[in-house]
Design a protein around this ligand. Sequence first.
Ligand code: ADP
Length: 330
Amino acid sequence: MNIRGSILVVGLGSVFALVLPGLFYAGDQQHLVIYALIGLLGVCGATAAILWTIRLERKAKRLDELDHLKSEFVSRVSHELRTPLTTIKALTRLLLRGEVREQKQREYLETISIECDRQIDLILNLLDLSRIEGGVFRIDLERVEVDDVIASCVKGEIAAAERRRHKLEVKTFGPLPPICSDPKHLRRVISNLIENSIKYTPDGGLISISAEAEAGNVAIRVTDNGRGIPKEDLSILFDKFYRGRPAPHSAAMNDAATDEEFLEDADMSGVGLGLYLARDVMKRMGGRISVETEVGKGSTFTLHLPIWNAGSSINTISEMSVNAETIARS
Ligand code: ADP
């Protein structure tokens, strides 16, 4: 029975239980009171049943929504796994035929390597998500040199940036103090921010990575002159599975474009986990992530991380941690 049906039943029940005995009862007053009390109990019971039904219906609705979200997520992940695999398979076949010129061979191998990295990133993100949700996500905090981490992230993204004719530049202001962080996770957060800048900036853009010491922290910034993020999306930007649509002026955006068509666009591929994981990991490392952005002009994502303090209690967490990573990006 649905909520409206339940309310109707309780309404009618109340009339029968409370009003009718009063109208037609000809016996003594004492019995009338007893009947009324029994009726009242019945009404209370029915009301409680209605409230329970409402609660169950709400829960069922929420479960339906989650189920829908999960199906959508599974289909996105499958798509994200299938697309690079199709490319890898096609290029491998061409290479195996042995008819490809040497220069093309190199190009194909680079593409295969990039597609493999995309898959590894996705799998690592999925593993992190499942560890966070299962309460077994571990952070190994240690003394980290910011320059080294930035240099290794930039090195890993040069090929992808070149493919989109982006300029990647690195600026550091003054000598940087060491920070307290998990280098493996920090590298993934920064790489993800650079990858997003590469993805969401039209070809030939400028992506700049900078770092400077700021009041007990080191701020690492990834700035692009890409499409920017609409203001109304900022409150959900770091939510799990959030995926934006192209900015209104973008070539990829037209009125007829559906979400599926947008997600099909290989350059915009993703599952909406990167920023969610970045925020979570930053919190666990005692830092935070913020964004400044303007549609059509670009975005700056800033990571604030605490400076390494040899005696600090937060640093000691690393001693208990176990490094359980099994898949590593080469
Ligand atoms: P994904 O890239 O897989 O969609 P993320 O969590 O990394 O997942 O990003 C979520 C969304 O935030 C993206 O879909 C995109 O709309 C928006 N976004 C992230 N970084 C940028 C950026 N540098 N410029 C514009 N939009 C961005």
